[in-house]
Design a protein. Structure first.
Length: 355
């Protein structure tokens, strides 16, 4: 992956929101990746785990003054700004210390990511990015601001995108807006196209690594960048999702009038995605079995009916104590876990710790 993007002259920022485990961050930064952050604490975590400040971007629609000041103090590469008011606040806060803050304008391109509506971020109806109707005013503010330096344009249309044609549509919009700014005499150094590349949740063994070559090739072919322009990406899920599984023990089995239930010791507090997005994760019983298969609803112990990992899942007949693996949990697993019902904190076990 690193070679695939690097050999094309692309710059990849790892999206901490996918998984901010220290060991994973240390491995990723050692490979030369930058960091894509969406909170002040993510900026802090990236610096503490070795990411270079000049490779850190800070996105998000609701940056607090405290977070902005922290990022300014550490001279990060750029703020991805998402509103006119945010630009004005960053300009004022940078002025307090006589700094010039690098910013990229996040533009809402109105491109349908063709993914779950909760993780679609590039449509006019979404809260993200500066609407097209305000870009003229945004450009004027940037020209007049003494403490802002426009380094680029930023786009991010959604997550878990598996149809690469969506990224072709994004390239068309990026080209249009790049030309719009350049026609008005504005130099654009960076084209940040965001991330969103999906993974195969249904067949993690058959497709353990996403096709990065095909993904980067789309931007190589359809993005009209000038010789002086850098292309930046923000990838999270595609890098870490297949690296982790949630392992859980069967607490109880229960046969109802219409359903067979496997009740696990893990629930939505450990892996929120199925409850939140009705997301699919492959569920397996660990170890060989010659038992016949029956269909189970695989559920957790939380006091919510949405605490369900999968319905009508075919598994070998199981019993108390059996180990169940819920696959492709390396992204948006631990980071979305909670203490709801006063649950204990989830424990990480690394492959090199398994004897």
């Amino acid at each position: 992956m690193c070679c695939s993007g690097g050999k094309r002259g692309f710059h990849v920022h790892y999206a901490l929101k996918a998984n901010f485990n220290d060991r994973i961050l240390q491995l990723i930064q050692a490979k030369g990746f930058g960091a894509d952050c969406v909170s002040g604490n993510e900026v802090k975590k990236s610096i503490e785990t070795g990411f270079k400040a000049d490779k850190i971007t800070f996105a998000g629609v609701g940056k607090s003054d405290k977070e902005i000041r922290y990022a300014l103090a550490h001279e990060i590469f750029a703020f991805n700004v998402e509103s006119i008011e945010e630009m004005e606040v960053i300009n004022a806060l940078a002025g307090e210390t006589g700094q010039i803050a690098n910013v990229s304008l996040r533009i809402n391109p109105n491109v349908d990511a063709q993914t779950h509506h909760y993780i679609t971020t590039g449509l006019d109806e979404n809260k993200f990015g500066i609407p097209n109707s305000e870009l003229e005013k945004s450009a004027a503010i940037l020209r007049e601001s003494k403490h802002l330096n426009l380094v680029g344009l930023h786009f991010h249309i959604g997550s878990q995108i598996v149809d690469l044609n969506v990224f072709k549509s994004l390239c068309v919009k990026v080209n249009e807006w790049k030309n719009w700014f350049e026609e008005r005499g504005t130099t654009i150094k960076v084209l940040n196209v965001g991330g969103g590349l999906g993974v195969d949740y249904k067949d993690p063994d058959g497709n353990p690594v996403t096709d990065f070559e095909a993904y980067f090739d789309i931007f190589d072919r359809f993005l009209e960048r000038n010789s002086h322009q850098e292309v930046h990406f923000e990838l999270g899920r595609a890098l870490v999702a297949q690296c982790g599984s949630l392992l859980s023990r069967v607490l109880y089995t229960k046969s109802g009038i219409k359903k067979n239930f496997l009740i696990l010791d893990a629930g939505m507090t450990e892996l929120m995605r199925p409850a939140l997005y009705q997301a699919y994760h492959k569920i397996e019983r660990v170890g060989e079995s010659d038992q016949e298969e029956i269909n189970y609803d695989v559920v957790g112990p939380i006091c919510e009916s949405s605490d369900c990992f999968g319905k009508e899942v075919p598994l070998p007949v199981s019993k108390r104590g059996d180990l169940i693996a819920i696959r492709t949990a390396g992204a948006y697993g631990e980071v979305m876990s909670s203490h709801y019902n006063l649950r204990e904190e989830i424990r990480y076990v690394y492959s090199d710790e398994i004897v």
